[in-house]
Design a protein around this ligand. Structure first.
Ligand code: C5P
Length: 239
């Protein structure tokens, strides 16, 4: 597999063409941003953790019957993925109130929701990724209504899979963000699943083990990323 021209550079990843036209080479970076790019920094070895942890999660999600773009690892911080026609939406699933939901509803962080909440956001940096509902999605033509519904159902299924694995690792899955794309008319899970895109709290100590340590200057950022990776790897190796 050859890495060809750079197709796209995001905040956390670089995407390259390969010698096979239906596949992309994704290289995960250590760069970290928060608050829509206002805060910038680096988290040592983040690229390695996010690449390899995403690969572990994608593999488990595939096993449970949900298609993902992940094909195989190409190195410590590189993976091969299927090329998707990305849907310009973020699907956020929440089990416990934190972050923007806490602010929006005036509810304390840590409040346990009686059932998972699913939200849709329109991906647009200039607008700060506004929250939208499925009728906005259909009316604006960002995706068909049935696709908007399907990605929310898939988000809830992924929630069950991840929650299960993480619980065994002594971690509460607070919330997370997914992105989807279309390949051959089929909806496929894309992007990454990592401490950059999820909130993880230690079940016992309630310590934050995710990007909130960077966003809120809590220190021990690298250590938290490594700790989640170590625990998840251990759980999956023992299965
Ligand atoms: O900021 P908010 O509380 O809405 O984030 C919900 C979840 O989605 C968090 O786990 C956060 O890391 C993730 N997220 C993300 N990328 C965004 C927005 C949110 O990964 N652009």
């Amino acid at each position: 597999m050859e890495k060809l021209e750079l197709k796209y550079e995001g905040k956390a990843k670089k995407v390259y063409a390969t010698d096979e036209k239906n596949y992309y080479w994704v290289a995960y970076k250590d760069d970290a941003t928060a608050f829509n790019g206002e805060k910038k920094g680096q988290i040592a070895d983040k690229g390695e953790v996010n690449n390899q942890l995403s690969a572990l999660f994608f593999t488990e999600i595939e096993k449970a019957g949900i298609p993902t773009h992940f094909v195989r690892l190409l190195g410590q911080r590189d993976m091969l993925v299927r090329k998707l026609d990305m849907i310009p939406l973020e699907v956020v699933v929440r089990n416990i109130v934190a972050g923007s939901l806490s602010k929006r509803l005036g509810v304390e962080e840590g409040f346990i929701l009686s059932q998972p909440v699913v939200e849709l956001y329109y991906k647009d940096d200039a607008l700060g990724d506004p929250m939208v509902n499925e009728s906005h999605v259909a009316a604006m033509g960002w995706a068909k209504l049935e696709i908007a519904k399907e990605i929310q159902v898939m988000g809830l299924k992924v929630n069950e899979i991840l929650r299960n694995i993480l619980a065994k690792a002594g971690i509460d899955l607070i919330d997370f963000k997914l992105e989807f794309g279309i390949d051959n008319g089929k909806v496929i899970l894309g992007d990454e699943i990592s401490p950059d895109t999820c909130r993880y709290w230690d079940i016992k100590t309630r310590e934050k083990l995710d990007k909130d340590r960077f966003r809120r200057d809590l220190g021990q950022v690298e250590e938290a990323y490594q700790e989640v990776f170590r625990r998840v790897k251990e759980v999956l190796a023992g299965q």
